[in-house]
Each structure stands twice: as structure tokens, then as C-alpha cells.
Ligand binder design. Structure first.
Ligand code: T4K
Length: 377
């Protein structure tokens, strides 16, 4: 069979959503006129209010990125000792614990959702455990009910890394309403973004003042600094980009939905390829389109497909490989052993994030699928 033609231009796993430059310039003009660039300006305030409504959450605090937001989130809940989390995530998740002097304890993942396996959490709790840190991987919610039950039973806090879960709802309830606190990332690679940025979402009124102090050096007023805070503030230019982009989100989501359906149609019945299922009652964040390649059935492994696609100018990503438990800084932990994490080790070998962004056409996606199918032995 003739080899398929490579794409003329590189196709990346994602491309940032960019607004019409004139519209962004209008916003920039407002900022220039105000001469107010950061520290809770008008754009910041407006974005915070808009996102609170869109994400259906009582309290939201904007940050300069998701990682700093999560660091502050752990501080605001006064977490210490050990926190049970997943190894199948971006490095930021366990690193945030380390930056808080907390030991990450890795728990295996669920073979279907690829999120922390709620049935395995209880056996990992020790007298040092203060919280459970779940990640809604690819926007699929963790088993939030079961996790809350465990937390209530043992008096633990629950914190979610919802970096991928913008706009996700469980039966109409915004994802940020589960647990004590959630973090969202507004990095350029996210569906909604502020170039760099993030937020903490929570329901507890008392947490708001503490979070705001922690993200602004602990400064209470001109005379008082009441805690060792950090600089986590989002600036006006970031916030204004977010405000302009809000008008583009629905269209982008619609395009990603069409592309997702195309991927599903082309790949769903290919033996050796597993497509992540849609879950009834859960809104799709359309953040990633991820497949799992089972070598025995497909004939070649994920690494081969990932490498071969580059020959066609298609740059997929192995989100999330390697597992965090395999990083040199965490490998020494007893919970990092393969025996403790059999599912995570298997899943990390199989996953591949395929290109997904509004700038792709249905034809592009069909072509990517044909190239993949052609590799099947
Ligand atoms: N928790 C989780 C579960 C996360 O996934 C993340 C971030 C965080 C926490 C931390 O949140 P932040 O502190 O970042 O707010 C990318 C993103 O940089 C990262 O934010 C994201 N997760 C992760 C899943 O993906 P890389 O190392 O893969 O990025 P990079 O630079 O290789 O970009 C991927 C592709 O995107 C490029 O091949 C091309 C395209 N791209 C990227 C950028 C930055 C563009 O076209 N334009 C751009 O400006 O981590």
C-alpha cells in the first residue's frame, strides 16, 4: 500500500485559541488608559466574576498559573505530613506537595477513568495523612462521592487538580463544588486560557480571605503582613486575554466536539485501540482526545505509533508518561513500586493524546486516523 503523504505543516497536540487581535487591542487600550497593570485591577475583578458564574462556583481566586494556585491551595488548607495522590498526572501535582514539604503517597488508578482508584485509597491512609489530592485526568471527574466518604470517615481534606476540567459539570453541578478546593489551569494549551494562569475554586467563604492573603505576600494592609505569602497574582493583560476569549469558547468547544466525534467514528472499532468513553451526566471538557494502544491486539506499541506519526509531521504527546512515581525524586518512595501501581504502569505505556484544537479540520483528523490505522499489523 502506498505510504500516506505527510502533512505540509506540523500538526501539534494542541494550539492555543487566539482571539481577533483588534478585539484584544481594544482591551489593551483600556488597560493603557487606566495605567493599572496588576494587583486586583478592573479586568481581574471582571474575569473573576464572569468565571464564578460560568463555572457555577461560589468563590474563585485567579492566579498567575495553576501550579502556584495549587501550592497556595495546600497552604490555605494547612496540609502537612502525607497526601494521597495519583502518579498518572503532570509533574506539577506531586511537585506542589513537595514544595509544601508534604510527602506524596502514590495510589494506583482506576483502569477505566484513569483517575485515582477510590477503592484503594483507604489502605494507604496513615496517622500522617492529611488529605487526598485527586486529578480529574483529561477532564473526567474522579469518584468524588466515594472520595468524600473516605475523607469524612478519616477527617481528611479533599483537594482536586482540575487543570483539565474547565466547564465540566456532574449532573449540572460545577466540578469545583466537589472537595474542599479545586485548581484549574489557564495555560495557553488549555481550552480556556490567559496565556499563563489558573484559579482556585471553593465554596467556603472563610477560605477566600486566607487565599487572597497567601497569594499577595500575606499583606493585610499597609501596616500589617500577617503570613508568609507568595506572589500568585494574575495581571491585567492575562485577565483581559481571558475576558476576550470567553466569547470564543463555545465555538471552539463545538469544533472540538465535531473533531472528537470524527476520531471516535474512525477509531472506535479498530481492534487494539481503546477510545475513552463518554460518561452519562458528565460534560466533556474537550481538552484532550486520548486513545490507548494495546500492543498485543494492535500489532505495534504506543511508542512506535508516537514516533511514526512524527514522520508524517504529526506531534502527539504521551500524556502522562513517565509516571510521576518513576521520577528520580519520587522513585525512592515505597508507594512508587510497580507492585503498588500495576494499573498506572500499564496505562502509562498505552496512552497517546492526539491533536485536538479548533484549527484542525475534519479532513485532518480523518487523515491522522488513516495514518494510525495503516500502522496496524
Ligand atoms: N496539573 C495538571 C494535571 C496539568 O496538566 C498541568 C499542566 C498543571 C497541573 C499545571 O498547570 P500550569 O501551572 O501549567 O497552569 C503542557 C502545558 O504547558 C501544561 O500547562 C499542561 N498541564 C500540560 C499537560 O501540557 P507540555 O510540557 O506538554 O507543553 P509544551 O510546551 O510541550 O506544549 C505542548 C504543545 O502545545 C506544543 O507541542 C505545541 C503547542 N503549543 C504550546 C504552547 C506553550 C503551542 O502551539 N503554543 C504555545 O504557546 O505541558
Amino acid at each position: 500500500m502506498a505510504r500516506k503523504k505527510p502533512f505540509d505543516k506540523p500538526i501539534y497536540v494542541t494550539r492555543p485559541l487566539l482571539p481577533d487581535l483588534d478585539k484584544f487591542n481594544q482591551k489593551l487600550q483600556e488597560i493603557w488608559d487606566s495605567q493599572w497593570l496588576t494587583n486586583n485591577g478592573k479586568q481581574h475583578l471582571e474575569l473573576e466574576q464572569r468565571l464564578q458564574q460560568i463555572l457555577k462556583i461560589p468563590y474563585l481566586s485567579l492566579f498567575n498559573n495553576g501550579t502556584v494556585a495549587l501550592i497556595v491551595g495546600c497552604q490555605s488548607l494547612r496540609l502537612s505530613g502525607e497526601v494521597i495522590t495519583t502518579p498518572f498526572t503532570f509533574p506539577a501535582t506531586p511537585h506542589v506537595l513537595t514544595w509544601n514539604n508534604i510527602k506524596p503517597i502514590f495510589c494506583d488508578i482506576d483502569p477505566v477513568t484513569m483517575n485515582i482508584d477510590a477503592n484503594k485509597i483507604e489502605s494507604m491512609i496513615t496517622p500522617q495523612t492529611t488529605a487526598i489530592l485527586g486529578v480529574h485526568v483529561y477532564g473526567t471527574p474522579c469518584n468524588v462521592i466515594k472520595i468524600q466518604e473516605i475523607a469524612d470517615k478519616y477527617g481528611l481534606k479533599v483537594i482536586y487538580d482540575a487543570a483539565h476540567a474547565f466547564g465540566v459539570e456532574i449532573n449540572g453541578v460545577g466540578i469545583g463544588n466537589f472537595g474542599d478546593l479545586s485548581m484549574m489551569s489557564f495555560h495557553a494549551t488549555k481550552l480556556f486560557h490567559t496565556a499563563e494562569g489558573g484559579a482556585l475554586l471553593f465554596k467556603d467563604h472563610n477560605l477566600k480571605a486566607r487565599v487572597e492573603l497567601l497569594k499577595n505576600f500575606g499583606i493585610k494592609n499597609e501596616e500589617e503582613v500577617v503570613m508568609p505569602g507568595i506572589n500568585g497574582k494574575m495581571n491585567e493583560i492575562q485577565a483581559s486575554l481571558g475576558l476576550v476569549l470567553l466569547d470564543y469558547i463555545e465555538q471552539e468547544k463545538f469544533q472540538r466536539q465535531q473533531l472528537t466525534e470524527t476520531y471516535r467514528r474512525c477509531l472506535e472499532n479498530v481492534s487494539g485501540i481503546r477510545v475513552i468513553p463518554e460518561i452519562y451526566g458528565i460534560t466533556n471538557s474537550y481538552q484532550y482526545f486520548v486513545i490507548r494502544i494495546e500492543q498485543e491486539l494492535f500489532g505495534c506499541d504506543r511508542d512506535y505509533v508516537h514516533k511514526q506519526l512524527k514522520e508524517y509531521n504529526v506531534f502527539t504527546r504521551k500524556y502522562f508518561y513517565p509516571l510521576c512515581s518513576d521520577y528520580p525524586c519520587y522513585k525512592y518512595l515505597p508507594s512508587s513500586s510497580i507492585a503498588n501501581l500495576p494499573v498506572a504502569n500499564q496505562v502509562a505505556k498505552e496512552v497517546l493524546s492526539l491533536p485536538l484544537y479548533g484549527g484542525l479540520s475534519i479532513d485532518d483528523v480523518e487523515r491522522i486516523c488513516e495514518i494510525i490505522i495503516e500502522m496496524k499489523e
